[in-house]
Write a protein that binds this ligand. Structure first.
Ligand code: P6P
Length: 337
């Protein structure tokens, strides 16, 4: 019987940082902190139907969306572990109007800031669909030894040093990317550890699943309508037939696309020409992960990771996934210009 040692998240990140000269281990401890928040959120998500933590918290967030109680709990967990950790100078959250600069001695010496959506897809909480936490980690542009500033947060996604998500689904997984690769860890509840289950994830360069909200079809621009028509008419002769999957939870739709291949689209609409999904803590983290895994991410006109944010809660249209599918989609944008 081969005693296959299963690497925990901590063991893996420590192994990784030992390969990097002058690494301080701060990124490893940051990922440990996020993993801890994920375990705590997982406990509440898994028992949400049993205790009074479902339902609305009675307020609306900066996005104008009803805040669910689990949103508030999840946001508090992420802020708490990052503020009490040793590796984060401040955070930006989907649930909070402005950035939070921790401004204490240890935090001011930290070289990273973190952007996150603490519980994306929360409109699906009451229906038990998979939901998730999404995060992006940036090196500060201001020097450690002083409080972080807003400039540390408004960086293009290409500047991320790491990004990832935690999906609370049939199993709970933490997937994160650095420039060295994308790795997935499945939570083993019996030992309370995320264990390496999906080493070196690569997204298939082609796929047969397209993911978009058809309910908005008539609000989409012509290139999007044309590409959706193309998807619906694919046959065996030209790489199809395709199937359509749309859960309405970005983490769930993107996790499937990463593992099985496919394209996920949230285009601009006549109601929301700039799109619905947020650049800093939804699209940038997934664009980073997908590009490291070998895929592609665009807003229809430019690479997501090259977009320079103007404001913390900027939104962007997004077309992301298997390179060949995204390239075909973008070819109809080029035709229209
Ligand atoms: P729609 C969830 O509310 C979310 O922010 C993403 O997780 C998801 O991809 C999208 O919105 C779904 O939006 O308009 O299709 O319901």
């Amino acid at each position: 019987m081969i005693n296959r040692q299963i690497l925990t998240l901590d063991e893996f990140t420590i192994q990784q940082y030992r390969k990097i000269p002058n690494a301080t281990g701060e990124l490893s401890s940051l990922l440990r902190d996020i993993g801890l928040a994920g375990k705590r959120i997982n406990v509440e998500v898994n028992k949400a139907g049993l205790v009074d933590i479902l339902g609305d918290e009675g307020t609306t967030n900066v996005q104008g969306e009803d805040v669910k109680k689990l949103d508030v709990f999840s946001n508090n967990q992420m802020v708490g572990v990052l503020q009490h950790g040793i590796s984060c100078a401040g955070i930006g959250s989907e649930e909070m109007d402005d950035v939070v600069i921790f401004n204490d001695e240890i935090s001011n010496d930290s070289k990273y800031v973190v952007m996150f959506d603490p519980l994306d897809g929360s409109s699906n909480i009451d229906t038990n669909a998979s939901i998730g936490t999404i995060f992006g980690i940036y090196r500060r542009v201001t020097s450690p030894g002083q409080p972080a500033s807003e400039a540390d947060f408004l960086q293009a996604g290409v500047k991320q040093v790491a990004a990832g998500y935690i999906i609370y689904g049939s199993s709970t997984m933490l997937v994160y990317a650095t420039r060295r690769g994308v790795n997935g860890f499945t939570l083993d509840p019996s030992i309370g550890e995320f264990c390496l289950s999906h080493p070196d994830i690569k997204i298939p360069d082609n796929g047969k699943i397209y993911s978009v909200n058809h309910g908005n079809f008539f609000q989409y621009e012509a290139p999007v309508k044309k590409y959706i028509d193309i998807c619906q008419n694919k046959t065996k002769e030209n790489g199809g037939p395709y199937t359509q999957r749309y859960i309405g939870s970005m983490v769930a739709d993107m996790h499937r696309s990463l593992i099985k291949g496919g394209i996920f689209m949230y285009p601009g609409t006549t109601d929301k020409p700039g799109g619905k999904l947020r650049l800093m803590y939804e699209c940038n983290p997934f664009a980073f992960i997908v590009e490291v895994a070998g895929g592609m991410a665009s807003n229809g006109k430019q690479r997501i990771l090259d977009i320079v944010p103007k404001k913390l809660h900027d939104r962007t249209p997004v077309f992301i996934g298997s390179t060949k599918m995204v390239e075909e989609c973008l070819s109809y944008w080029k035709e229209s210009q």
